[in-house]
Design a protein around this ligand. Structure first.
Ligand SMILES: Cc1ncc(C[n+]2csc(CCOP(=O)(O)OP(=O)(O)O)c2C)c(N)n1
Length: 573
């Protein structure tokens, strides 16, 4: 059997796991591993400029492919810099393996240089963490880490690696395990047939149904089955922020995103529904508004891989624990084989009502009273110029909500944003992680001038690795989402939400070796955007001046029901 050092085992195990790229930043505790990386060419290391970016690159790779991304960071500050990225992945159930260097085993607990208790720090934000105690365990630990990260409800796994586990002179037999055996962990592979039958009968009897789906459909690769079921039944479909692309955004049965900034028709349909089929969605507070007023007339069927997500905030009438793909496929077969068919008259009336809501308020914003460009116009133009086919990453704020509302995602895994943690600084590294792995696709980061500055140093990484992403900065000269809440709840006292002393972004990106464009008039937007996308090999940063007074609507009224919404600054339901 081959003898390898612990450092070599880390690298070899990643190779045997099929990993092509890892994203990281070196430091003292990882020097042996970095030396092992240097001496091979299979696993390529991407040197970021801040560890947070490494985790977001790995995370975005996972969101785009469904496979775990890998980050490698040193002990102490390297590991703590990665915490935001780990928490971001955890909140959105994204598979990721983060290897954190650690001080020598005998120094642990002694406040050694660059020691931090990464097992303790990461515990609430990982699916699992490992501490390597014996170098010969490394292959099995790496295998288990990927298995845990990718199976069941996915999530990040940390491997804490003391330096003495990687000593180059100490060699051990290397064997990469073919199978993983973990007595305490065996994720469910199918749903309960009786429950699925019961739920399908309820679907067939529904008069005002809505299918509400989340990130579980995307990460569970269940988009095809969802679409087939929805089409068979002719039911309306709404997606959460994390679920966009799970059902084609341009299809007539798609009624938009739901929740705090959901579409008028989606929130109204939810409120008046008699049956809600929730799939891979967790009824979080940004969806439900006040739980005691949530969808008063609806029976709820809830499919989720994680039993802990079912009836956590909203009681399910029919819980089904299982993988969305398998359960939906079983439902499709049951519907196809059933003598009973959906109540067409009731569905016709329901669709009439939904279409009336859609016409009344769907996708509305005003362009007439201002010479300033509206952020919504920019996203609509982006959707048009890229034919809805681009990978779109975003940061957090108004621009994120406008992107979610106005970009028409027709495919899953293309909308890449931090939904649960809401991490500003996610967008650019996420776009980089996608572009690295999908070099021929258009990859766009929609951002704000606040968010982009949280990881702007990564423009340097883009230059080094030739990552020609497009960056659309909706520049409203303020932390727009904060300012909106201050407008609505604090009589427009804009405490610390104006972004002063902004850099000249065009010059800044040029200094990093890229192309900068400033767009101030709507009439210049399409030409500039087409020019930016035509520059296939160049990173282009578009600094787009948008109306600083625009708000995101609809916006649910706090502590109200799903249907309680502000529709404009002066109009509410
Ligand atoms: C790391 C981090 N800090 C603070 C916040 C709180 N926050 C949410 S949105 C927002 C404003 C974002 O401003 P910008 O990026 O300019 O986008 P805009 O809302 O103007 O489109 C802030 C500060 C956050 N989500 N993440």
């Amino acid at each position: 059997m081959e003898l390898l050092s612990g450092a070599e085992m880390v690298v070899r195990a990643l190779k045997d796991e099929g990993v092509q790229y890892i994203y990281g930043y070196p430091g003292g505790s990882l020097l042996h591993v970095y030396d092992a990386l240097f001496q091979q060419e299979d696993v390529q290391h991407i040197l970021v400029r801040h560890e947070q970016a490494a985790t977001h690159m790995a995370d975005a790779y996972a969101r785009a492919t469904g496979k775990a991304g890998v980050a490698l960071v040193t002990s102490g500050p390297g590991a703590t810099n990665a915490v935001t990225g780990i928490a971001t992945a955890f909140m959105d159930s994204i598979p990721m393996v983060v290897i954190t260097g650690q001080v020598m085993s005998h120094l642990i607990g002694e406040d050694a240089f660059q020691e931090t208790d990464m097992l303790g720090i990461s515990r609430p934000i990982v699916k699992h963490n490992f501490s390597v105690q014996r170098p010969e365990d490394i292959p099995a630990i790496v295998r288990k880490a990927f298995h845990i990260a990718e199976s069941g409800r996915p999530g990040p796994v940390v491997i804490d690696l003391p330096k003495d586990m990687t000593t180059p002179t100490e060699r051990y037999p290397y064997e990469f395990p073919k199978h993983v055996k973990m007595r305490s962990y065996s994720p469910i592979t199918r749903g309960h047939s009786g429950q699925i039958k019961k739920a399908t009968d309820m679907l067939l009897a529904a008069k005002r149904p809505v299918i509400y789906t989340g990130g579980g459909v995307i990460m569970g690769d269940a988009s095809t089955e969802l679409t087939e079921l929805a089409k068979l039944l002719n039911f309306p479909v709404t997606n959460t922020l994390m679920g966009l692309g799970g059902y084609p955004g341009t299809d007539r049965q798609f009624i938009g995103m739901l929740g705090m900034h959901g579409s008028y028709e989606a929130n109204m349909a939810m409120h008046h529904a008699d049956l809600i089929l929730a799939v891979g969605a967790r009824f979080d507070d940004r969806v439900t508004n006040a739980c005691d007023k949530f969808c008063p007339t609806a029976k709820i069927v809830h499919i989720d891989i994680d039993p802990a997500s079912i009836s956590k905030t909203i009681q399910a009438d029919v819980p089904i624990v299982g993988p969305a793909k398998v359960v939906l496929e079983e439902m499709v077969q049951l519907v196809k084989g059933s003598k009973k068919q959906p109540d067409q008259d009731a569905l016709h009336a329901w669709w009439q009502q939904i279409d009336e809501w859609r016409q009344r308020h769907g996708g509305r914003y005003r362009t007439d009273d201002s010479a300033l460009m509206k952020p919504q116009q920019v996203i609509e133009m982006l959707s048009q110029v890229t034919n809805g086919n681009a990978f779109v990453t975003s940061d957090v704020g108004q621009h994120q909500m406008f992107a979610a509302q106005y970009y028409k995602f027709n495919k899953p895994n293309r909308w890449i944003n931090s939904g649960g943690l809401g991490t500003m600084g996610f967008g650019l590294p996420a776009a980089m992680g996608v572009k690295m792995n999908f070099p021929d696709d258009d990859v766009v980061c929609v951002t704000g001038e606040g968010s982009i500055q949280m990881n702007i140093q990564e423009l340097s990484t883009c230059n080094q690795y030739d990552l020609p992403v497009k960056i659309l900065c909706l520049n409203n000269q303020s932390l727009g989402m904060v300012r909106q809440w201050q407008d609505m709840n604090y009589e427009s006292r804009h405490s610390q939400s104006y972004m002063q002393s902004l850099p000249d972004f065009v010059k800044l990106v040029e200094a990093y070796g890229h192309v900068g464009m400033k767009v101030e008039k709507y009439s210049d937007l399409e030409g500039a955007m087409r020019e930016a996308f035509a520059l296939k090999d160049r990173l282009v940063f578009m600094d787009i001046a948008v109306d600083p007074f625009e708000h995101v609507y609809p916006m649910q009224v706090p502590r109200g029901s799903m249907r309680d919404m502000w529709l404009t600054k002066t109009e509410r339901t």
